[in-house]
Design a binder for this molecule. Structure first.
Ligand code: ADP
Length: 198
């Protein structure tokens, strides 16, 4: 299974990514986590990313694309992957499309986590208090939501045109959302392959 997860910060992508990867026995690739671990250990990549992350801006495309392309070439991604936090721009989505087309391993779906802003603020404020993430202050949260609206939202169109978009209602309990996703994927699979021959 090869999935990308789209949605604003706080929509629950990270939580669901781990559960989906477990369910499908594939790798989870969370770009935010990868960057945070590079920042924590002070690698050159971490130093390049930190100022963008602290402002709530996106790390430049060429940096992120190179990192993810390397990561999905690792053997644990042979059985598929759940990408959390990538792609976040049209350029990133195109780079991924090209790589997967060349490898003959297309995406199965792009999950779009739908949630309203009030709920997002509640969740992100809670996370900020719990995890002390330096980019979870109210000002950067606002900025990250703007960046999402401008840079990432266009990917809804991108994946709709490719017939890959699976909208997911992201409000509700964690189990409930997982169930919705698995049902949505099953419905898609049945539509593509009504005989269940694969
Ligand atoms: P959230 O979804 O909660 O905003 P993430 O943990 O996914 O947070 O990402 C944290 C930060 O890492 C982002 O605000 C951005 O600076 C950087 N980042 C992560 N993924 C990408 C990406 N695909 N492109 C550019 N920057 C990214």
């Amino acid at each position: 299974m090869r999935l990308v997860l789209l949605g604003p910060p706080g929509a629950g992508k990270g939580t669901q990514a781990v559960r989906l990867a477990e369910h499908f026995q594939c790798a989870v690739v969370a770009t935010g986590d990868i960057f945070r671990s590079h920042v924590a250990t002070g690698t050159p990549l971490g130093r390049a990313a930190q100022e963008y992350m602290d402002r709530g801006d996106l790390v430049p495309d060429e940096v992120v694309i190179a990192m993810v392309m390397e990561r999905i070439a690792e053997p644990d991604c042979d059985n598929g992957f759940v990408l959390d936090g990538f792609p976040r721009t049209v350029a990133q989505a195109r780079a991924l499309d090209e790589r997967l087309a060349r490898a003959g391993t297309p995406l199965d779906a792009a999950l779009f986590f739908e949630i309203d802003e009030d709920e997002l603020f509640r969740r992100l404020a809670g996370r900020s208090a719990e995890l002390h993430r330096s980019d979870d202050t109210e000002q950067t949260i606002r900025h990250r939501l703007e960046v999402f609206a401008i840079k990432t939202r266009p990917l809804v169109d991108h994946y709709t045109r490719r017939d890959l978009l699976l909208p997911v209602d992201a409000i509700g309990g964690v189990d409930e959302v997982t169930k919705r996703i698995l049902e949505g994927l099953e419905l898609r699979r049945a539509a593509v392959d009504p005989e269940g021959s694969t």
